[in-house]
Design a protein around this ligand. Structure first.
Ligand SMILES: *Cc1c(COP(=O)(O)O)cnc(C)c1O
Length: 357
């Protein structure tokens, strides 16, 4: 089965080789060194400074989203959430449960985030302390304008919390340039590792002004505890040892082969070629700016049939949508161990299915 998904994605043989090996015990200097190497390479890949810190959580990305909210904000805060789909809504649900007040910038499906919505927020004259955004809203494929959001946060002195789980390794994610305070990453998207490990990069400002002084009501996801342990390359609890080893292999390989930019360029190339072919074969694309991570294809109806027939007749899996878009959108991932040859096969199959449905 060939995966054209957003995560988990096709893994690389080198990663699979690592995952087949016996796991080591982890309270050792050797393992600490691997953790510190991962910290260094993650920060390098997003252009973070030495004084910024990475923590490693044994959780899927949503766990890291929740952990970030509860360690950085509390009931005295009011945050802004860019809500343009399922992942934006997830941030609102997390804030709701934890009693963090929020306002939403709702982006109706099909529309794009622009300075109009941000200007309207400024006119409200409400005092916000942070902005939470899923840089690539994976449920629709929209890539938000990070510079626009970054400028807005700087101007209004907001903590800038960026879930770049599906943007990292596909689109530009620059921690220092855009003044990011919390950057959330996860193992199963462009890193093409097994799911279950998430990374959170924290700015010095966030650590000093928030993490160090707050007392979040969480035992397992306490960032202060994580940071204290990371001083010596460790985690408070047993980490996802296997995925951490996969991560080191993958980060070293990316670093040795020109850096994260090379991975982004590959996705950009595939996305560009694929979209051109998709349009010339009579399929529809949305009008908003798209991430290189995936191509959302729009259907009047028939997305479900396309998904099922690709799986049953061609052994290919793309990413279906849920909810209202279930029969109207399919998402084709451009992450992991994929190449243009595979997309030519996929396009051929899609064309045949379209003509015979
Ligand atoms: C995949 C993804 C997540 C994480 O989802 P999990 O199912 O918890 O792994 C979070 N945010 C975005 C934008 C994603 O694409």
């Amino acid at each position: 089965m060939k995966l054209f998904t957003v995560g988990p994605v096709e893994m690389f043989p080198e990663t699979l080789a690592v995952s087949s090996m016996q796991l080591p015990y982890f309270r050792t200097n050797d393992f600490s060194e691997i953790m510190l190497e991962n910290d260094r390479l993650i920060k390098k890949s997003v252009n973070a400074c030495e004084e910024d810190r990475t923590i490693f959580l044994t959780a899927s990305g949503s766990g890291a989203m929740e952990a970030a909210v509860i360690n950085c904000f509390d009931k005295n805060d009011k945050v802004l959430i860019v809500n343009g789909g399922g992942f934006g809504t997830r941030f609102t649900q997390i804030c709701e449960i934890h009693g963090v007040a929020y306002d939403e910038i709702v982006i109706p499906f099909g529309e794009k985030l622009s300075d109009m919505q941000l200007n309207a927020v400024e006119k409200r004259n409400s005092k916000y302390t942070g902005l939470l955004v899923n840089l690539h809203e994976t449920s629709t494929g929209q890539l938000y304008d990070i510079k626009l959001l970054s400028d807005f946060c700087k101007k209004n002195k907001l903590f800038f919390v960026v879930d770049a789980i599906s943007a990292y390794g596909a689109d530009e994610v620059d921690f220092s340039k855009y003044g990011i305070d919390v950057l959330i990453l996860s193992s199963q998207k462009a890193l093409a590792l097994a799911p279950g490990l998430s990374m959170v990069v924290l700015s010095r400002r966030m650590i000093e002004e928030r993490i160090d002084v707050m007392s979040p009501k969480t035992f397992y996801f306490n960032f202060k505890d994580c940071l204290r342990n990371m001083d010596r390359g460790q985690t408070p609890f047993t980490p996802a040892v296997g995925i951490i080893l996969q991560l080191r292999q993958r980060l070293q390989s990316i670093n040795d082969n020109g850096g994260i930019q090379v991975i982004c360029d590959q996705s950009r190339y595939i996305a560009k070629m694929f979209r051109k072919q998709v349009l010339s074969n009579g399929f529809m694309l949305p009008q908003y700016p798209m991430s290189n991570a995936m191509t959302p294809i729009l259907f009047e109806r028939g997305a479900k049939e396309m998904y099922n027939r690709l799986r049953c007749e061609y052994d290919m899996t793309v990413t279906p949508n849920g909810g209202e878009l279930a029969d109207k959108m399919l998402r084709i991932g451009h992450l992991g161990n994929v190449n243009w040859e595979g997309y030519k096969q996929l396009l051929k199959a899609m064309k045949t299915i379209k003509e015979t449905s």
